[in-house]
Design a protein around this ligand. Structure first.
Ligand code: AMP
Length: 144
């Protein structure tokens, strides 16, 4: 169980997903640090984001140290690369013993690898498939 109240959360990847989630978490009162290798990516952040930004490559351990990964309650690996998200997840889980790690992954074949290190995954392809199936059911039931 996550501790209640204010969490210290590191978001890695400030693209369409990371920036949105970072804004939502800030809005809920959590302390958020977001890391991206491109400074321009921080332009995705909305007004509700009140945390810190760090320009850095997540494959370099220094970037994660700058984000104070040793203090994080939660790490979100949201780059657009499964291998990088795996590396970040592994460092968080196995080196820094971060309690909660969630990764976005594109290739469903990678799910098992992440599960083995106790990382929860978001798989856009699976979400899209299940949304499609549900919508298809609704449409065909309405028409039956
Ligand atoms: P999106 O696919 O729109 O959610 O964006 C993914 C984000 O991950 C982009 O802003 C990339 O710059 C960022 N990203 C990709 N690789 C790395 C990396 N090695 N370190 C930090 N950020 C990265």
């Amino acid at each position: 169980m996550a501790k209640k109240g204010n969490l210290y959360i590191i978001v890695v990847g400030c693209g369409r997903l990371g920036s949105k989630i970072a804004g939502n978490l800030s809005n809920k009162g959590h302390s958020v640090v977001i890391v991206d290798k491109h400074e321009a990516s921080f332009e995705h952040l909305s007004q509700e984001f009140t945390g810190f930004t760090i320009v850095g490559n997540a494959t370099e351990i220094e970037s994660l140290k700058k984000a104070k990964i040793d203090k994080a309650d939660m790490v979100l690996a949201f780059t657009n690369n499964d291998n990088i998200n795996y590396m970040v997840s592994q460092v968080a889980k196995e080196v820094y013993k971060t309690l909660h790690v969630i990764a976005r992954i594109y290739n469903p074949d990678n799910v098992e690898l992440f599960k083995q290190i106790n990382v929860k995954v978001i798989i856009p392809m699976i979400l899209a498939e299940s949304f499609f199936n549900q919508t298809f059911e609704e449409i065909t039931e309405e028409e039956a």
